[in-house]
Write a protein that binds this ligand. Structure first.
Ligand code: DX5
Ligand code: ZN
Length: 218
């Protein structure tokens, strides 16, 4: 079953509590939370304090995507805040294996994310250790960007390797996913679709989610 993870980056932050409730009621599977530090990516978003507040407002699993330099410095804060899935970028991690082990030992699911220019083979030695691989289909930093078509082949190749090795690693695709390309992304091998602007700019979250699930899961 393909899961839908709306990214609150495109939510109305003045009404964040209502937006989260509406997302949950719409039938989303998890909540994607984008953490940006103004170093690894040009933009700055939110920190553990807000993640903790969100945790108290929803039963949805929190899928926390760290787009920050030196992620190790903040892992504990985000786990304590309530991250169920915690993802770091391969480009920002020096001791990735240690980082992944630390996240898993803390009881969360561990993810690793790849920028569009980063090869899937950077995951070769870590793939069996991680719960989620995020294939970025935009350059991270902003919502509302265009899907980079080259991501489709990356997803296919990564799926092939995961199958060959009989792993349970899930592929999450993040950036520019819309109802128009969702089927192609899922058919390529995605298990989780992040959807920011396409979700929160829609007028009816429930109908959108229902139609997506029908399209993707039958
Ligand atoms: C991009 C973020 C994405 C973003 C997705 O840096 O990691 O999660 O919010 O938003 P859309 O779906 O609008 O591309
Ligand atoms: Zn993200």
């Amino acid at each position: 079953m393909i899961r839908i993870a709306p990214s609150i980056l495109s939510a109305d932050f003045l009404r964040l509590g209502q937006e989260i409730r509406a997302t949950e009621e719409a039938g989303a599977d998890m909540l994607h939370i984008d953490i940006m530090d103004g170093h690894f990516v040009p933009n700055i978003t939110i920190g553990p304090f807000i993640v903790k507040a969100i945790k108290g407002a929803t039963k949805l699993p929190l899928d926390v995507h760290l787009m920050i330099d030196e992620p190790d410095r903040y892992l504990k804060d985000f786990i304590t805040a309530g991250a169920d899935y915690l993802t770091v970028h391969v480009e920002a991690s020096v001791h990735l294996h240690r980082t992944i082990c630390w996240i898993k030992d803390s009881g969360a699911k561990a993810g690793v994310s790849l920028n569009p220019a980063t090869s899937i083979w950077t995951l070769d030695n870590i793939l069996s250790e991680i719960d989620i691989a995020i294939v970025m289909s935009v350059n991270p930093g902003f919502g509302g960007q265009e899907f980079i078509p080259g991501a489709i082949n990356k997803i296919k190749e990564l799926k092939k390797i995961i199958k060959e090795r009989s792993l349970n690693t899930l592929i999450e695709v993040d950036g520019g996913v819309t109802p128009d390309n969702a089927k192609a992304v899922a058919d390529a091998g995605a298990d989780i679709l992040v959807m920011g602007s396409a979700f929160f700019n829609s007028t009816d979250y429930k109908t959108l989610t229902k139609n997506l699930k029908q399209l993707l899961n039958g």
